[in-house]
Design a protein. Sequence first.
Length: 214
Amino acid sequence: MVSWGQLMSFAGLAFLIVLAPGPSVLFTISRALTTGRRSALLTVVANSGGVYAQVVAVAFGLGALVVASATAFTVIKLVGAGYLVYLGVQAIRHRGSLWESFQAGTPPTTRGTVAVLRDGFVVGFANPKTIVFLAALLPQFVDPARGGVPQQMLVLGLCIPAFGLILDTLWALAAGSARTWFARSPRRLAAVGGSGGLVMIGLGASLALTGRKD
């Protein structure tokens, strides 16, 4: 259905796109510093799932709607921005409890794991710029003569979350190692928690101010 030429061409471009650190990387690093390596790795997995949900949406028409409709773009943008700001505020509010959690060494509960996965998925999916990018790029690598255009997009679109899973995992592991050093001091760890929250709020504000080039 998809030729190797199509796949390799799109994979090369997808790798370059994912290689450049973006909101997902900053969010993953913030998670690693504020809640630990395990939470960051779960965030990476869920974020990749959210990105692929965008691919599915683009393949079946939502991408075209977002490109054409300023309202749809704005709604998705504000949902993602608001959620990031909320997560940032929560990180700042609970920065003082990071030391106790780190010392206890207790793993997240099932509910906590579900919440982390939900957060990562929402942040991955609610980035309208990625949807617009996919909607503009994916059709250029599809060969209508081969048939199954949506299916071709679904196959090609796997490249982005796959590369994101690998590269963002490296960021998560690096930031998780840095957290171990910060955790030697309660004050230092609390400062990291507050800084991570500010990064999330900054990401949310940046996303909210993102405009369309119509």
